[in-house]
Design a protein around this ligand. Structure first.
Ligand SMILES: [Zn+2]
Length: 206
């Protein structure tokens, strides 16, 4: 099945990520730390994965994302290992659509706040409008097949938000998935303050 990442705003030249195992592990460690440093996740919450060839690389359940070790990354190609992230079925389901690439699951504060207020996210800033577009918000009980299906069927573009929980962003590689996670949180922050301003001035336009 072909990839459904459209548009590709961050790099028009689509290329496979570096295929070496060491490079993928290093990228996962580096981007998990950057996500933590940027406040997108904290502690052992959130997760990320890379699919290359027939293998999925995903963080271990309970791994400290700001200090990820190589042994915290599980590699599998068949049944989902028990020790892998509890969100592994979601990552696996998304990869059935995009075939290869990377996924980041983040817990951005403003992303979560807005998911409780709106039915979808329509960025009011240039970057969000250009690179994200309208982001769907889905809901469901954690760990259920129904929620996994809602997420995988809604992530047509490049991101989806789970109400009150966080976001899943996808890219050809972790760099793109990370940038989209940052852009989404930034857009939600701007949109939140826009709502606050309009509420305070009764200039509700959204
Ligand atoms: Zn989560």
């Amino acid at each position: 099945m072909g990839r459904k990442i459209t548009p590709d705003p961050l790099n028009r030249k689509l290329e496979l990520p570096d295929s070496s195992k060491g490079s993928i592990l290093k990228d996962m460690i580096d981007f998990a730390k950057m996500a933590t440093d940027n406040g997108l996740i904290y502690g052992n919450f959130g997760n990320l994965s890379v699919k290359y060839s027939d293998e999925i690389y995903i963080t271990r359940s309970g791994a400290m994302m700001g200090n990820l070790k190589k042994e915290d990354i599980i590699i599998f190609s068949g049944d989902i290992p028990e020790k892998s992230s509890s969100d592994s079925p979601i990552h696996y389901g998304i990869y059935q659509k995009i075939d290869y690439g990377a996924i980041m699951h983040m817990h951005g504060d403003f992303t979560i706040i807005l998911s409780l207020m709106l039915k979808d996210i329509r960025p009011c800033d240039f970057v969000g409008d250009r690179f994200l577009g309208t982001i769907p918000i889905v809901e469901g009980e954690f760990g259920t097949t129904a929620l996994t299906t809602a997420i995988t069927s809604s992530i047509h573009n490049n991101a989806v938000i789970v109400k009150g929980h966080g976001s899943f962003t996808i890219g050809d590689d972790l760099r793109k998935a990370f940038v989209l996670s940052c852009a989404l949180e930034a857009s939600c922050k701007l949109l939140y303050y826009k709502h606050v301003y309009e509420s305070s001035t009764s200039k509700k336009e959204v």
